[in-house]
Every structure is written in C-alpha cells, then in structure tokens.
Design a protein around this ligand. Structure first.
Ligand code: C2E
Ligand code: MG
Ligand code: MG
Length: 679
C-alpha cells in the first residue's frame, strides 16, 4: 500500500525549530512536502492559497500568542487538522487548545521523528473521522428536524430531552424548546397512562402502534400513534398524528349505522338498540315499545314538489320527531317515509299513548319547505314487548302491521297491535294467492243485471258484475275480493278479463238477435289510470267484434276526480269512438259540478243508498230529486240503482228518472238467465 504524500504547513518564527522539523522530515522527501511561514499572517495567507493536509502551529508567534491563533486558522481552513508545538511548561495551554479543536500537541524538546510523523498522520485521520461524524450527525439532525413524523426523547423521570419540529407543530407549541420545557406526563390524559406505558416498555423494551389521545397547547384533542423503544433510561419515540384518519374511520362507521339523509340511526343501529333494550327489559321486567310511523301523503308531496323538497321534508320530520322524545329513546329512519321509534323503558300503555298522541299532534303545525306550506300527518302502529313479541323482527313486523291498520282507519291516528291483525294479514295473503290461481283457472264469473227504461219498460243496458266461484268458500261477492285485488294489483287482470268476457257475451247476444243491449262494465281506478287503458279497450272491442256503442264503462266519482285533467283527454278520445261513460255511485263522492260539464259522460247513476233510503228518510227524496234535475239540466240520463220495490219505482217515475236497476226487476244473474229475462 502506498501512502499519500502529506503537505505540511509549519507556522513557526524560531529558525532553530524550523530547521529541526525540516531535518526530521528531510530524509523522506517523497512522502512529505513542507512549507514554512514565520508569522500567523503569512500562515493564514498560505492556507488560503495552498492545499495542505495539516498545519503545525507554534504556540508563540510574533503576531499572535497562545491559543488565539487557533480560531483564526479554523476560520480560513476549518477542515485542516492542527498540531500545536508548545514549550515544556505550556502543557496546560495545550490542553485548552485541544478543547478548541486542535487535534494534538507536541512538546518541542521531546519531539523525535517517529513521534512527529505519527502525530501528523493520526491528526489527519482523527480530523477526517470527526468531520465525517459531524457531517453524518448534521444529516441525521436535519432528517429528524424536517421529518413529518414526530420524534422525541424523554427519560424515565419524564424530562423531555428532545423534540423535533414535527412534534412541536403537531402539539401546537411555538418551538421545540417550549415543548422540551414541559414534563412528558402533561402530554398524556392521566399520569397513570404514561406509567402503564412505561411499565410495558420496561418489560418488553419496545412498544409499537400504541394509540393515545393527547391535547394540544390550544386544547385540541389529537389522536396519536406511538412507537417507543427504551434504551438505558432513555425512551426514544416516533409519533404520527392519526386524528384525520380516526375521524374518517368514525365517519365511515357512522355512515354504516346512520341514514345519510336525516342523520338518524338506520335499521341496523335500531335493531342493535332494540336487542339491547330487550335484554335489559327481560332482566328488569319492564316494557319496551316499538312505534312504526309512516307519513300519510308523502308520495303525493314527492310527486308534486319534487324529490329535493321531499328529502327536505323527511329531514324536517326527523327533527320534529326528535322533539317529541326523550334522550333515551331511539328514533330511526327505516327508508322511504318510514320511521321507527324505540321507547326502551316504559311501564304502561297510557304513557305510550301519550307519546304517540304527542307525536301525531306535532304534525298539526305544517312544514315550510322552499316557500311551500306542506300539511302532512302520520299513522302510527305500536307493538309491545313482551306481549306482542320477544324478538326485534317480530316487534317491528307487528308494529308495521298495526301502522297499516291505522292507515286503514283513516290515517292520522295510532293503533296498538293485536293478534287478530296478524291472522287477518295471513288470511289476506292466502286469499291473494288463491285469487291469483283462481283468475288463471277460470274461477271468475260474470253476472248481468238489467237496467230498465222507465219510459218504455224495455231493457237497453246490462251491468256486468263479477263474482268469484271460489272452490273452498263458495261464491264470493266483489266486495269480498275487489279491495284486496286493488291492493295487490291483481285488479288489472280482473278488469281486463271482465271487459273481454262482457264484450264477447254482448257480441253473442247481438248474434242471437238482441242487438239493442249495451253492456256496462265497472272499472277500478287502478285500471282506469293505466297509460295503456285506451288501447286495451279498443283492442278488446276489435278482438270481440263488438261495436263500440254497445259498450259502456262505469267509473266512480272518486276515480274521475283523481287526476281529472289527465283523465279528460283519454275519456274524450274513447267517447268519440262511441263508448259510453256513466258515473257510478253518484252523490256519495265529491264531484265538482264544473268538471261534470267538461267530462264526456252520458249517464249518472244515483247511488243505491239514496234509493234504499227513499221510504224512510224524506231528505233522500230531496237529494234524489235534486240529482235528477241537475243531471237533466246537464243533458245527462239518470239511472237509479238499488230499486227494490214498487214505491221506490213509483217515486222515481214521478221525478222523471230515466232508467232503473235493482232487485225489483232482477238480481244480477248469469248470462243465460239474463237472456230468459229479456224474453
Ligand atoms: P256497483 O257498480 O255500484 O254495482 C251495483 C251493486 O249493487 C252490485 O253489487 C249489485 O248486485 C247491487 N245491487 C243491484 N241492485 C240492488 C238492489 O236492489 N238492492 C241492493 N241492496 N243492491 C243491489 P255487487 O255485484 O256486489 O257489486 C258491488 C260493487 O263491486 C259494484 O258496485 C262495483 O263497484 C264493484 N264491482 C262489481 N263488478 C266489478 C268488476 O267487474 N270490476 C270492478 N272493478 N268492480 C266491480
Ligand atoms: Mg256499477
Ligand atoms: Mg253503484
């Protein structure tokens, strides 16, 4: 291995000493070069120009004395090591020089060549190592200082020995020094928390991913994640701020258990609370109530004002419901316009009734949404633990069923569940299923009831009335299955079947020579409002070959008046083809007389309740008279329905009613019997 040539600068004013050094080094010129300066100034000048590996510095120079030269030299060449040359009695000063960064010192009288060379080489090596160390430490320091992670050191006693900028900022202190003036304990929620942590640390030497809550200087809570190691009595730690992450986690958790629109608990959380409440109730022997709420006219509001307003209403309802309840009660939105309330501790049905009534009353005050004043109400069903069910699902289902019952009782009221509801619901489901089968397997039959002209005594109209020949229960009247069919949607199939069968039957009669008859078919509102209603009617007429003048359609007031503006165009179109329209059950609905004029109807059928009441209540005479006069003034024919006896018939004749229908003439009968009646 070849050693690098050393360039030495000797700053020495004593010519004798200079010579001595030169002589010592002279023999190995290849390995050393020596330059000489007689004063500090000259030395500094040379240093600023030349490249030296080491400076040999005499303690006493003409222009500087003692250790004063050292900082001057370091200023010019901080990286070049210095070896001091001192006198025998100057050793104390030499030690001070070491503290100022001099690498070594040599006592002039005692130098020999070996010592000199070794000291020079050694100084250079030491300086290099030291510089590297300083450099690496600086790098490390800036790394720690600029790290995004908080870095700190404390001792077991709680003195904070070091804190970097990231930690300082994290905890909102002005400077690392300010933070370091605190005690480590004060950053924990309680001193015990730190003690416990240190306990673990002393056992294991290391703790990773320890989550803690700290408070910043300004009092903000922070979630921190710590990793710590203990060496000796020094704890080194790294801290990450996970406050945002925690918040995000909480949000996600919140969203999983809450309804985004209203912020209320969702079904999942409701079930959770209910399970808990039931456990407590079974232990403490008290009641739990589940209230199921549904807004009464939400669909209409949503359709007319738009979904955004609908959403706002749902939120406003949530707010209002909260005001009716205690903090311990849970209110959840189950979806749509349905809410569920859990009264977890109740002792009497009376208390629950009070809360339910208070809730219903809370809807009296209208809601104001986007400048619209919205009136809505709610129907409430209530089920109780333990009487109505032991598990959450059963309680919710039964409360729902009770709510359904509240709706049927005219909405805007509350109903407690009773087991009969369940039986009824089950029966309805069974009936719907067997109706679905029955329609397919041809169990429906049509009966016809004649309508007699009071002028001529002739039959010009036959009302088709559906029956269900149910194999299990026998013949069912329409009122026993039509409402259920309307609810389940099966009504469209029924009405279409009736329409087709009645048209085909009438065509048969016409072929048999009874060409005068117009068959009247009852259509439910559900079917009537279908967009393809018109087409269905024309298709069936075409299919059966019945002239359109031989078909009449009976619709109730309720049906025409709903969405009247939509109804008029399709009615008009169909009426232009010759199909007749008759308003059925007139007088019990709420027809606007104005619309009566606009509608393309040819007939009014007075509701049978008026006719049946004619003999007992004089008011009915007045009403019947008024209806007949009204119809005539609008150029409409009047039919009286439910004529059961001679007196009623006589009275209607006096009032100049046009047509009559009722048991007095004939009950609704099968088609063949109807023909016999005609004969
Ligand atoms: P509606 O259209 O008002 O039919 C007249 C009802 O009065 C029939 O009852 C008929 O049997 C009954 N009636 C006739 N004369 C008298 C009488 O002198 N005294 C008494 N007390 N009643 C009499 P029905 O057949 O039970 O039908 C009841 C209702 O069911 C009908 O009222 C109609 O709204 C509906 N309906 C009947 N068939 C159909 C149908 O095919 N489709 C639809 N959607 N509804 C139908
Ligand atoms: Mg009718
Ligand atoms: Mg009627």
């Amino acid at each position: 291995m070849t050693t690098k040539k050393l360039h030495i600068l000797l700053i020495e004013d004593n010519p004798g000493d200079v010579r001595l050094i030169q002589e010592m080094l002279g023999k190995v010129k290849k390995e050393y070069s020596l330059e000489h300066a007689g004063t500090l100034a000259e030395g500094l000048d040379k240093l600023s120009k030349g490249l030296f590996d080491v400076t040999l510095l005499d303690m006493n120079l003409p222009d500087s004395s003692g250790i004063d030269s050292i900082p001057e030299i370091k200023k010019i060449s901080p990286k070049i090591p210095i070896v001091m040359l001192t006198g025998f009695d100057d050793e104390e000063t030499a030690v001070a020089a070491l503290h100022l960064g001099v690498q070594d010192y040599l006592i002039k009288d005692r130098i020999d060549r070996t010592l000199l060379l070794r000291s020079l080489r050694y100084s250079i090596e030491r300086k290099r190592t030291l510089d590297a160390l300083v450099e690496s430490e600086e790098k490390y320091k800036s790394l720690v200082d600029n790290a995004l992670t908080g870095v700190y050191k404390t001792n077991l006693d709680g003195d904070i020995l070091f804190a970097n900028h990231a930690l300082t900022e994290m905890l909102e202190y002005e400077s690392p020094e300010e933070l370091m003036s605190l005690r480590a304990f004060s950053l924990y929620r309680t001193p015990e928390e730190r003690n416990n942590l240190i306990g673990t640390l002393q056992k294991t030497g290391k703790v990773t991913n320890y989550e803690m809550e700290a408070v910043t200087k300004t009092g903000k809570p922070k979630n921190l994640l710590l990793s710590l190691t203990l060496i000796g009595d020094v704890i080194s730690g790294m801290i990450i701020d996970i406050t945002d992450r925690k918040r995000m986690e909480e949000t996600i958790k919140h969203q999983a258990f809450h309804d985004i629109l209203t912020g209320l608990p969702n079904r999942l959380l409701f079930l959770d609370h209910l399970v808990l409440a039931l456990k407590q109730a079974s232990r403490d022997h008290h009641m739990v109530a589940v209230m199921y709420l549904d807004l009464d006219n939400f669909k209409e509001i949503n359709d007319s004002l738009g979904h955004a307003s609908g959403d706002e209403l749902l939120t406003a309802v949530a707010q209002r419901l909260k005001t009716c309840l205690r903090d311990s009660d849970t209110i959840a939105r189950l979806g749509g316009d349905e809410y569920c309330i859990l009264l977890s501790k109740t002792d009497s049905e009376d208390d629950i009734t009070v809360i339910a009534k208070k809730t219903i009353l809370a809807f009296r005050q209208p809601f104001v949404i986007d400048d619209h004043t919205i009136h809505t109400s709610t129907s409430i069903g209530i089920s109780l633990y333990p009487s109505d069910g032991n598990d959450p699902e059963a309680l919710i289902k039964n409360a729902d069923m009770a709510m359904y019952n509240a709706k049927k009782r005219g909405k805007n009221n509350c109903q407690f569940y009773n087991p009969a509801m369940n039986t009824r619901a089950l029966e309805r489901m069974k009936l719907t299923n067997s109706m679905r089968r029955g329609i397919k397997s041809g169990e429906l039959v049509l009966h016809y009831q004649p309508q007699v002209s009071l002028d001529t005594g002739k039959v010009r109209y036959a009302e088709a009335l559906v029956r269900w020949q149910n194999p299990e229960t026998g013949m069912l009247a329409p009122m026993q299955f039509i409402p259920l069919a309307e609810e389940s949607g099966l009504i469209s199939e029924i009405d279409e079947w009736v329409l087709r069968t009645a048209c085909a039957q009438n065509r048969e009669w016409q072929k048999a020579g009874y060409s005068e008859i117009c068959v009247m078919v009852n259509l439910s509102p559900r079917h009537f409002q279908r967009p393809d209603f018109m087409e269905t009617v024309s298709d069936i007429l075409e299919e059966t070959g019945l002239p359109s003048q031989s078909l009449g359609i009976e619709i109730t007031e309720r049906t025409v008046m709903k969405d009247i503006e939509l109804t008029i165009p399709s009615l008009t179109k169909l009426s232009k083809t010759g199909v007749r329209f008759c308003i059925d059950d007139f007088g019990v609905g709420y027809s606007s007389l104005n619309y009566l004029k606009k509608l393309p109807v040819q007939m009014l059928k007075i509701d049978k309740s008026f006719i049946l009441g004619l003999s007992s209540d004089p008011d009915y005479k007045t009403i019947t008279n008024a209806i007949i006069n009204l119809a005539h003034s609008l150029k409409l024919k009047v039919v009286a329905e439910g004529v059961e006896n001679e007196d009623q018939l006589a009275f209607l004749q006096i009032l100049r009613c046009d047509e009559a229908q009722g048991f007095h003439f004939s009950r609704p009968v099968p088609a063949d019997e109807f023909v016999r009646f005609l004969q």
